[in-house]
Design a protein around this ligand. Structure first.
Ligand code: NAG
Ligand code: NAG
Ligand code: NAG
Ligand code: NAG
Ligand code: NAG
Length: 248
């Protein structure tokens, strides 16, 4: 019985693994897009710029592009995306992407997405760390830190630091910023977990250790924070469901 289930799961995931493999990009020479009403098209925004083919491929193969478009439509928070250039991916040590599991590739892509719209001005005053869409297996949210000086905003993961230097899309509900480095999450690429972090707890009532300190929680509800966490978990679950849907 158990082994039958495992076989089914492996079979169900097979199309996902297949989707990760590089695909030849059908580069249709696109006519200039009309000032678009209707749903926001993230891949369209990236496609127009021509130097984000690797990121676009990852967005598609991990199904994150669909998730973003659905979430944009259903949430009033807007979203923010950091788009690494093809050069950024080319500058990674060889084998970096291929060395990741399917789940880690999903986490890597989700790490470039914030579940909220941030203008540049907002990023200059945001309190660190900022939640991304990426979560670990224990439900902990991966965070990004932003620092700024007069005219420059840096983003740091703990593993890499780079600056935001090109705004590809600035209007609510979607902000898209170019980054010249791939944002590698500390949780996947860090040498070891930060010493200050408490050991991950196995109880489901653990709350995110990333909540800004100095903010006494007025909410003693054990489930506080679980809603936001569930968005991330829901994404991963949704992706798996979509993949299973492909097969059946
Ligand atoms: C979004 O843009 C891409 C690339 O320009 C295009 O292939 C796709 O059909 C567009 N999707 C929608 C829903 O307009
Ligand atoms: C977005 O939501 C509206 C209703 O709020 C719905 O009619 C529309 O089909 C949705 N579009 C997409 C792309 O999901
Ligand atoms: C941003 O990063 C650059 C190096 O990449 C550094 O020289 C600069 O001081 C940083 N600025 C801020 C505000 O952190
Ligand atoms: C991010 O900012 C938080 C709060 O200031 C700090 O505790 C944490 O060490 C920072 N992480 C990195 C990688 O800079
Ligand atoms: C919720 O947390 C309180 C302490 O804050 C604890 O006494 C209680 O047993 C917890 N309830 C559940 C269902 O975990």
């Amino acid at each position: 019985m158990a082994s039958t289930s495992i076989v089914l799961i492996v079979l169900a995931l097979a199309p996902c693994i297949f989707l990760i493999t590089p695909q030849v990009q059908a580069q249709t020479p696109s006519a200039p897009t009309p000032a678009s009403p209707g749903p926001i098209n993230l891949t369209g925004i990236l496609d127009k710029n021509g130097q984000f083919t690797t990121f676009m491929r990852l967005l598609t193969s991990t199904q994150v592009a669909n998730q973003i478009e659905n979430q944009l439509n259903s949430s009033d928070q807007g979203m923010t995306v950091f788009a690494p250039t093809d050069n950024a991916f080319n500058n990674l040590p060889s084998g970096t992407l291929n060395g990741l599991s399917v789940q880690q590739q999903v986490q890597l892509v989700l790490y470039h997405v914030l579940p909220k719209y941030y203008s540049l001005a907002m990023l200059q005053t945001v309190s660190n760390p900022v939640r991304t869409q990426a979560t670990g297996q224990d439900g902990g949210v991966f965070g990004l830190n932003f620092t700024s000086s007069a005219n420059q905003i840096n983003v740091t993961t703990g593993v890499v630091q780079t600056q935001l230097n090109n705004v590809l899309q600035k209007d609510f509900p979607l902000a898209v910023y170019q980054v010249d480095k791939v944002l590698l999450p500390n949780e996947i690429f860090g040498a070891k977990p930060p010493a200050s972090a408490p050991p991950p707890s196995k109880t489901p009532t653990v709350t995110s250790s990333k909540s800004p300190s100095g903010e006494p929680s007025a909410d003693n509800n054990n489930n506080s924070g679980s809603n936001e966490r569930n968005v991330g978990l829901g994404l991963v679950t949704g992706i798996v469901m979509i993949c299973m849907g492909i097969l059946f």
